[in-house]
Ligand binder design. Structure first.
Ligand SMILES: *[C@@H]1O[C@H](CO)[C@@H](O)[C@H](O)[C@H]1NC(C)=O
Ligand SMILES: *[C@@H]1O[C@H](CO)[C@@H](O)[C@H](O)[C@H]1NC(C)=O
Ligand SMILES: *[C@@H]1O[C@H](CO)[C@@H](O)[C@H](O)[C@H]1NC(C)=O
Ligand SMILES: *[C@@H]1O[C@H](CO)[C@@H](O)[C@H](O)[C@H]1NC(C)=O
Ligand SMILES: *[C@@H]1O[C@H](CO)[C@@H](O)[C@H](O)[C@H]1NC(C)=O
Length: 218
């Protein structure tokens, strides 16, 4: 008996509280879900031209954008639609492309994915050639367009050095020895060969086996 009385009294209070909560919830949700678009997140390819830090915008609002340098495209707008979504900004700006790089003489250019703004390329030289310059380049903004930030390197034939003070050698040596060249060391009378009489110039500019010397017998 007592229980039913108390529940009758509490009943309308609980019901009333529920309606207040529902109304408050609708009020909270209203600005973002009913008739508004929340501020769009920034695009990596474009800059907002309107000066605005509003958290949300009414339906029909248009926001004007400009493609970043490095991207091709005219100014464009996105519009807050009745479904509270912005119209798409996809494909409004397309990345600019750098010149197609060419293989250096006696070397190769390596293109990873593409040669768009932001892309990187690498260069390598054929075996026996030394890379002079930069081994990579990036497509960056240059003036009103895009360009590689480094010139293509040069691939220079590897040279193995010979000691200038080599004495006691029978024959005159060549001025320059390149990759894969052989050298034959023969000693004059009164000198003894130390090491292997023949060596070959390697791609890392070393002699294998190491260059022999002629050591004076006296
Ligand atoms: C943004 O700028 C454009 C061009 O000036 C204008 O048409 C548009 O109404 C502006 N939008 C807002 C939200 O100010
Ligand atoms: C290096 O390049 C030059 C010029 O293109 C060519 O004549 C030569 O055969 C190349 N050498 C090698 C080892 O690829
Ligand atoms: C270029 O070299 C870097 C560092 O060695 C490497 O991470 C990258 O994948 C290379 N890219 C290409 C296109 O070979
Ligand atoms: C040649 O000169 C270098 C340094 O000047 C010295 O270390 C080397 O021992 C010399 N070699 C000979 C064969 O005299
Ligand atoms: C140098 O010698 C090696 C083996 O002795 C030979 O295979 C090679 O062809 C020679 N290189 C040159 C440039 O003559």
């Amino acid at each position: 008996m007592k229980l039913s009385w108390s529940s009758e009294r509490l009943g309308p209070v609980a019901f009333c509280r529920g309606r207040v909560q529902l109304a408050a919830l609708l009020l909270l949700l209203a600005p973002s879900t009913l008739g508004q678009c929340i501020a769009p997140s920034s695009f990596p390819f474009a800059r907002l031209l309107n000066r605005s830090d509003e958290p949300e915008f009414p339906i029909g609002t248009s926001l004007l954008y400009e493609c970043h340098p490095g991207y091709r495209g005219r100014q464009f707008s996105i519009i807050c639609q009745p479904n509270s979504a912005w119209t798409s900004a996809e494909d409004k700006c397309t990345r600019k492309r750098c010149d197609t790089p060419i293989d250096p003489e006696n070397g190769t250019v390596h293109i990873d994915e593409d040669i768009w703004f932001g892309s990187s390329i690498n260069y390598s030289c054929n075996t026996g050639f030394r890379l002079i310059g930069s081994s990579s380049a990036m497509c960056i903004i240059s003036g009103t367009g895009v360009a590689w930030d480094n010139e293509a390197p040069i691939c220079q034939k590897v040279i193995c050095s010979i000691l200038q003070n080599m004495t006691g050698i029978r024959e005159e040596l060549k001025k320059k020895y390149y990759y894969e060249d052989n050298i034959t060391v023969e000693c004059e009378d009164g000198y003894t060969l130390q090491g292997s009489s023949q060596s070959q110039c390697q791609s890392d500019a070393n002699w294998v086996p190491p260059l022999a010397t002629c050591v004076s017998d006296f």
